[in-house]
Every structure is written in structure tokens, then in C-alpha cells.
Design a protein around this ligand. Sequence first.
Ligand code: BGC
Length: 723
Amino acid sequence: MTTTDDAVEATLERLSRQQKLSLVRGAPDPEGTATGYLPGVDAAGVPPFRLVDGPLGIRAEGERATAFPASIATAATFDADLARRQGAAMAREATALNQDALLAPGVNVIRVPHCGRNFEYLSEDPVAAGDIGAALVEGIESEGVVATVKHFVANNQETHRTTVSAEVDERTLRELYLPPFRAAVDAGVGSVMTAYNRVNGTHMSDHGYLLGDVLKGEWGFEGYAVSDWYGLETTVGAATAGLDVEMPGISIADAGDGDAELDDFEWPDGIPDGTRAGLFGEPLAEAIEAGEVPPARLDDMVRRVLGQMARFGRLDADGAGAGAHEVADGSRDDAGELDSQRHRDVAREVAARGTVLLDNDGVLPLDDGADVAVIGPHVDEAKLGGGGSSETTPFRSVSPLDGIEARAEGAVASAFGVTRIESVSLFDMLPFVGEEADDETGDAAEVEETDDRDPSLDDAVAAAEAADAAVVFVRDATTEALDRDTLALPGEQDALVAAVADANDDTVVVVRSGGPVSLPWREDVAAVVEQWYPGQADGEAVADVLYGDRDPGGRLPVTFASEETYPTADDDRRFPGVDGAVHYDEGLFVGYRHFDAADAEPTYPFGHGRSYATFEYGAAETGEDQTVSVTVENVADRPGREVVQAYVSPPDVDGVERPEREFAAAESVRLDAGERRTVTLSLDDLALSRYDTEDGWTVDSGTYAVEVGRSARDVRASATLER
Ligand code: BGC
């Protein structure tokens, strides 16, 4: 036994049944900042423990923090080191705000382009999502904060998310939806949050097979499984399945968010009933008394929570009552770090490096001295993120207009062109929470002030005509708890782009979206840039990329295609489901796997993204230890960033259906003008193996093609691998 195990066992010994119960069910946070709170047991040396949202930065109630870009932007960097740095920065901010566990990262595979939470997730590919998710976990935990990977599992849509059953076969679960969680567990994640939905009929908080057998059994997960908020379905089912902690544990009324309105409030679809709480309180005590839940299971739950506290230096083995941020030997009181220059720099770097240059006929990078028209309904406001539990309130933010004005040497004109796009948020669906939140941040006042700006398309056209180049900023509006009903950009933004493109041949469109959107004008403009939700550094990052101070280092972690060509289009069974069930009939054929199998041309393939530089690839060579090496040369006269990607195609095996190719590895490399480098990629096991329901993970013998290139559809070199 290690010292931390000893500390955990010694602490457990000292706890009464009631005290143990208080460590597996959330309670009100006396400081009021945490999203979820465990009160601790002072007499036994167990400090209070705070859990806080979320993936885009810290959302501690009433506090400000760095607003990092949307997770999908982090994924678009294909750079695990950068993701690790972002995770570490978020953890230092959590510590500064006195929080112990971060409710991030979200790693659900992006199955449906309409999902309102795609911006909080990483990729349509399990290896890409697993790599970046694991790096975020490592970064967060490297700074002494527990990471919480969510939402386990098959929470791939928001419509009916609290009730719907994802009907998905075992092989698909194993090959697509589970691997990012497995990668997080292998990276040492301290906590796993269960999803609201059911999988094959069983609610995830009650899922003995996935929670107990797979996560804790097969994968050996030793941390604690926490429910999503108000996401517990039963007491005995959850306790015996393997759920360890109920959050928030108290009714929304007791959390101080109003009560009178709650009596006849109809909870909207996608929002859990906030009065359903306390299932791990008295009901769990009674179930143990009645012999329905063994007392040893309660010990196991508590052991798992204490285990993470001990691991991150929160537990005092002597029961002397350690401070929440003291390491085990009590030598350090970590104050964390908030809104520091290096955190601002990470936010800016991720925003710029996650930017994907979809098309460019040469207008970009802009000339320093060009006269620029900056156009769009929100050019005066940074696009921080989407709606819901990941919303952040930054200390500072830079709008696109301010960022461009600060960088441009030519004249900068601006026009809104069309009316604002109404933002959407889960909190607006909860009247009693929304009002309060708005009062605190002043957001409501801001919206009113800017709503009567009387935007005019003529002004936008005039500004575009007078400028050397026009840059149009467009956005979608997405939130947790709601899926989009169309991939089209909202409002009159498509018309705005068309009018500006008519007026100026050098029109650049910068898209801010949570995932794929329709770009009907893309062939009529000179360049298209995808920036996801860039966070507080918005204007700085976009200026970095537009003026070429940074090469657009992002590549698509999701396929962009016409709305009707996605595998979940036009089939209610597949999305949003029928009679309470959503059928994953497409099986493995999600994202690029589908477009390959259907031989359909996507608008922009998975992995796509242009650079301002030009790269040439040498021959690919596979190595003994499941690697592939290739020499890449920057043949341009400027530095650039290339994301070298590897895909694996399996041999044909009779009667076995496999995707044509699977993403296996990527590395983001910066090359100076004229520089050559040999890049060696380790091919992920997942890309070579398949899951057989009888034999488990299987690697078929035969010849595997290893393709190296710039996207799933742009292969530059290939080699083979024998198995
Ligand atoms: C979300 C979680 C979040 C939790 C706490 C839920 O609505 O699904 O991702 O961490 O709320 O805010």
C-alpha cells in the first residue's frame, strides 16, 4: 500500500455511516462559487471539496476567469502539447478560485452536426478526441486539480437528452464512442461524469455494464463516477451499478435559485428536473439498512472520493484538517493563478492555432497597409462560447474590430450590415436562473444598448466597395440543452455575405460556429476561415491569422458537408429519435467514415485546412514499432505550420465490414521557410484493430495501407504494414 492508500484507509476508519453518506452527495456551497460541493468532515481531516465547470474555462459563480476557446478549437490544433498547456492553465485558475475538480473535458464523439454541444466536444473521430482529451486531462491534473471526463457515454445530442435511449451496438460503442473515455482513464483521469441519457434502454447512472464492468472492471478506473447535475435516476440502481457521487445533491430550490416559480414550472426538453435530488441522501441510508446496497459499496464510493483527495494533496492522514490546497506534506499552499499574462497568451495561441483556413485564393494574408472593411452584426463583440454550463465571464476580451484596428496599418471601416443574432442559452430556458445571472454580469444591459443600432446592408456594401478587402464575420448560435434545427447560419447573414462579395472581389468570410455550418456563398468569396468560438482573445487571434503573423494551424476535426448528406440527415430514427430511442443505425459510419463509404464528396474533408506556406512530402516509411515516418519540407518563402496526418486502411477480410480508412495519428509541426523535417507518427492501436463481439479486440492479419497526408482526402505518401 502506498502512503495515499494508507491515508485513505485511516480516514475511512474514522468516519461514521452518516459522515460517509455526506461524502457521496452534494450540498450547498457556503462560499457559493462551486458548481458542486462536498462538505468534507472536518473532524476526520477531510476538507470541503469543490467541483466547477467547465471545458472553456472556470465558471465559478460570481467570479471571472480566462475565457478559453471552444474545445473544438483546441481539437482543431491537433496539438496535444498545446492542449496540455491549456489544461494546466485552466487548473491554475480553478485553484485560484478555490476549486478542487474541474468538470472538463467533454469528449463525446461528434455524431450529429446539429448537436448544440459540439463546441464543447472534440471530434467525430475517436482517436483525435482521445488524444486531445487525454492531453487536457494530463494538463489539468499536472496542476493538482481533478479532471472530470464527460459525459459517459453516447450523449451525442441535446434533444431529449434526459430521457432518450441511444440504441447502439457493442462494436460501435467499443470502436467509436468509448475510446475517448478509455484514453482519459489511461491518462489518469480522476473522475468520470455519467450522461443523462440511456444506452440500450438503461439510464447511464444505472448502467452496471458500462459503469461497473467496462469502466471500473476492464479499464481499471479507480477514481469516482459522478452523476450529471440532477441526472440520477434511481438510488439502488445507481449505487449498485457503480455510481459514486450524486450532484448537486440538493434541489434547485435549496440551492437558492428561487422556489415559488418551481411548483408549476414545466421543465423544457433537454433540461433535467432540478427538484429531483437527494437520492444518495436518506434513500441511500435506508437502502443500506434494508440490505439493498451493501455497506462495502458505500465504503468503496467514499474510498474513491478520498483517493482523489489524497492523490492531489487534499487529505490529511492525521486528521488535523489540511487546507484544501496543501500538498500531502503540508509544505505548499498553492495560490493558483488567474488572468495572468501566460494564461491570456495560451487563450490567444489556441484561438489562432485552432483557426482553420478553409479556402484562400491568395487574398490572405492581408497586406499590412490594406484598407479593410470589417463587416458583420457582431464585429464589436468577442465570440466567447456557446450557451450553457460552459459559459465563462472573462476579465477582458477583444472584439474582431478592435483586434483588426490594433493590427492594421491601412484604414479600417466597419458596418454591422444586418441585425444581431440572438444568442441562445440554457439559462434563458430557466427564468429563475437567467435573471440572476444577467444581473451579475451586466450582459442584459449590454444587449439592450446595442440592439437599436439600425444596421444597414447599404452601409456594409458601401464600406466593402471603398476598401481593398472586406472581412465579414458571421456566427451561429448554439447551446447546451438544444440542438440546431438547421446548419444554415441564422438571420440574414448569408445575404450579407452575398452582397459584400458582390461589392468586393477580395471578400474574406470568418465563420464562428460550434461545428459544421452551411456556406452557400463559399465559391463566390476569396477566402473562408473557420474560427469556432475563439474566446476572449477573439480579435487578437483573428488579426494574428488574417495578417499572417501566425500561420493558420487548425485542421478540421469534423467533416463539413451539405446538410442532407450526413448519415443522420432525414431519418428521425437516427436523429433526434422516435418513441424515446435514437438508433445509431449508421454504426461505425460517422463523419469521414460515412463519406468514404458512401463515396460522397464532403464540402471540406476531415483533417482539411490550408497554410500560407506550401509543404512537400517525401516517401513514407513504416517502422517496426507501429510507426510511420515521412519527411516534410516547407518550400515556401515564409514559415508555416503543417499538421501531418496518418490514416490506416485495413486488409479485406471476408464478412467483416470496416471503414475504408481510420485516422491513426497527427503531429503539428512548425517549419521555417525551406526547412525539412522527418516526422515520425505512432499509429494508434485503435486504427488497426476492430472489436469482435466474441473475440474482443482483433487485429486481422494481412497488409495494412498507411496513408500520410494533409487530410482524409489529401494523401501525399503511403506505405504498408504487415500484421
Ligand atoms: C451539464 C454538465 C455540467 C453540469 C454542471 C449539466 O447541465 O451537462 O456538463 O458540468 O450541468 O453545471
